[in-house]
Design a protein around this ligand. Structure first.
Ligand code: ADP
Ligand code: TMP
Ligand code: ASP
Length: 245
């Protein structure tokens, strides 16, 4: 594992403890430390379990993906891996919004529209959700976002553009590893006036199926009680060439 070789950022008090990650201030006001815990949650925190090694795998997985996205021209918050379970990131002013692209129907869209899981979506669909566990992340649109001041028009367009750019980069990257990128959720924030991809990209926040067998290799294994959750995440990481040492 390659760690930050520059000046080591020092951890300060906790800013926030989420369902899967804890966020810490640092001695640099522009940077935070994300600590990926083993906690795994589904259904807005209704089902929670600790899965051994998941924090470490997701930390390294997300760092790998963020670096690939940076190389492809997507600005991300990623700064450096700090330890097995921690990453230094830019401190973003997060939009309370989740951006979801779907290439194949699965999950909530199947329930909402009564469509069968596995249908290819051409073109891929885009949805905004409000980040609110209490309200169960309701689906919202551009008008709600602007009317309630969650983001302005320009930011909405930028988030959509970047989310689709991520789709172009990652469908290819996963396909080369024998995986279908079914859908994923992204969160963005502002840093010194510009919009950056924040949070994480891991099998906790996307759906990945084996191209040939369509075996689920993501958090649906946890949601649906299929077992082998961490083993599936490791399999995906191994296929992509993520350094888990
Ligand atoms: P949740 O808040 O949904 O329970 P997590 O457990 O993953 O999720 O907590 C991580 C929190 O940190 C999220 O609320 C996310 O929006 C926030 N976050 C992620 N990246 C950044 C960043 N670069 N700057 C500020 N906040 C961030
Ligand atoms: P959904 O089918 O439940 O709407 O989810 C679509 C994708 O977005 C799926 O890969 C899971 C991810 N997602 C999250 O990671 N967190 C969330 O809060 C939501 C709503 C979706
Ligand atoms: N990430 C959300 C939660 O922790 C939703 C989900 O993954 O099902 O509950």
């Amino acid at each position: 594992m390659k760690l930050n070789k520059g000046k080591k950022v020092e951890k300060r008090e906790e800013l926030y403890a989420g369902k899967a990650k804890s966020v810490y201030y640092t001695d640099d006001e522009n940077k935070l430390i994300l600590h990926y815990r083993n906690d795994t949650s589904a259904f807005d925190g209704e089902k929670i379990e600790k899965l051994d090694r998941k924090g470490e795998i997701n930390n390294k997985f997300s760092a790998f993906i963020m670096q690939k996205l940076e190389e492809a021209g997507v600005p991300t918050h990623h700064e450096a891996l700090l330890s097995a379970e921690e990453t230094v990131v830019k401190k973003l002013d997060m939009f309370p919004i989740e951006c979801v692209v779907r290439n194949i129907a699965a999950g909530s869209i199947c329930k909402r529209l009564g469509v069968e899981e596995g249908i290819e979506l051409t073109p891929p669909t885009f949805e905004f959700f409000l980040k609110s566990d209490e309200l169960h992340d309701p689906m919202i649109n551009e008008y709600h976002i602007c009317a309630f001041g969650w983001a302005d028009d320009e930011a909405v367009e930028k988030m959509k553009e970047l989310t689709f750019k991520v789709n172009a980069v990652l469908t290819r990257l996963f396909a080369d590893a024998g995986l279908l990128l079914v859908d994923y959720k992204l969160e963005f924030g502002r840093f010194q006036g510009d919009i950056y991809l924040g949070d994480e990209f891991t099998p906790d926040g996307c759906r990945l199926w084996d191209i040939k067998t369509r075996k689920k290799l993501d958090k649906d294994r946890f949601r649906q009680g299929l077992g082998g959750v961490v083993e599936a995440y490791e399999e995906v990481a191994r296929r992509l060439g993520v350094d888990l040492s």
